[in-house]
Design a protein around this ligand. Structure first.
Ligand SMILES: Cc1cc2nc3c(=O)[nH]c(=O)nc-3n(C[C@H](O)[C@H](O)[C@H](O)COP(=O)(O)O)c2cc1C
Length: 302
């Protein structure tokens, strides 16, 4: 019998549902763990709190996890469910990946990441790859679940969901926020592949088989945005921490960042993306393909 740890944190329950459905076909002693960080994050979010979380998230501050009980000292496989926040691992995910006990479990252990995101998980996964590697773990697969709605629409709908706590159609006209229920319900088909590879001791094949399903795709516009936005978030994060020395100053700087984010997302990005699609994209298909292949893989750039 294989010992399997399935561990995740979720605010709304969406990621818990994804991870549970994904793990259903797994056979073995399964240890399901839902953990939290010592610093709690209210759901629904208050608007200021939501944006105020950006600097520490992007700077990957360790808020530490609440004590976790594990049934085993070592596992044959770890399934780590996580969600990106501001193009970085969510703060509870960072806390887990920096936790000494969890790091000792990661050492020499195959890991599969299951992501429940809006649609921007590339930069967060780079951080997660690095933290797993630093702990001596071996990433063998990544299965991202995304909201397939248009980027601008999903930005509106996720904010509605996060700030009201209601996974409903905003004003009755916007699409439903979050990962499509059908995709969540079918998560077990990836778990089935994982179970086969685990049983046959060929986990190193898992990511190839995931990619063969043709269901992990990276949108070129998202690739373009993620290629630039994380660097800008880092500049903002450092500026807010440096300048926000009092509560009032921090509030003011977070407000500047919020305005910036809305302008960048809803005004600048669509214009820049239009120029990019006409002038640059047709001539850079090889580079785009290479980047997509890299981000769909489990290796970390040297
Ligand atoms: C503060 C915050 C920032 C987020 N930033 C991103 C992001 O950068 N990229 C993304 O794809 N989703 C982002 N999301 C959506 C989450 O990844 C996730 O899909 C959503 O919060 C539901 O997760 P849950 O299972 O914890 O409720 C963000 C959510 C929150 C609360």
């Amino acid at each position: 019998m294989k010992n399997i740890l399935v561990i995740s944190y979720s605010q709304s329950g969406q990621l818990t549902e994804i991870v549970e459905k994904f793990s259903k076909p797994l056979q073995g002693n399964i240890d399901f763990v839902n953990y939290t960080s010592k610093k709690s994050f209210s759901f629904p979010w208050r608007s200021h709190e939501f944006f105020n979380t950006m600097p520490e998230t992007v700077l990957e501050v360790n808020y530490e996890v609440e004590d976790i009980h594990y049934n085993c000292e070592k596992y044959d496989l770890i399934v780590l469910g996580y969600q990106p926040w501001f193009l970085s691992p969510s703060l509870p995910t960072t806390a887990l990946l920096k936790n000494e006990k969890f790091k000792s479990l990661l050492k020499d252990t195959p890991v599969v990441t299951v992501i429940g995101s809006r649609n921007m998980w590339l930069n967060a996964q780079e951080s997660v790859k690095k933290l797993i590697q630093d702990a001596g773990g071996k990433l063998v697969g990544n299965v991202p679940f995304i909201d397939k709605t248009n980027n601008l629409l999903s930005a509106v709908t996720i904010l509605h969901w996060m700030l009201t706590g209601k996974k409903e159609k905003k004003w009755g006209v916007f699409p439903l926020p979050g990962v499509n229920q059908e995709d969540i319900d079918q998560a077990g088909k990836f778990g089935q592949l994982l179970n086969e590879d685990l049983t046959n001791n060929i986990l190193e094949n898992f990511q190839k088989r995931i990619l063969l399903t043709g269901e992990v795709n990276i949108n070129t516009s998202i690739l373009f945005i993620e290629g630039r936005a994380k660097k800008l978030f880092l500049i903002w994060a450092n500026a807010i921490v440096k300048k926000g020395t009092t509560e009032a100053k921090r509030r003011r700087w977070v407000k500047f960042f919020t305005y910036y984010l809305f302008i960048a997302l809803f005004m600048v990005a669509p214009i820049v993306l239009t120029f990019y699609s006409i002038l640059i994209r047709p001539f850079s298909s090889k580079g785009i393909k290479e980047k997509k292949t890299y981000f769909c893989g489990v290796e970390l750039k040297k």
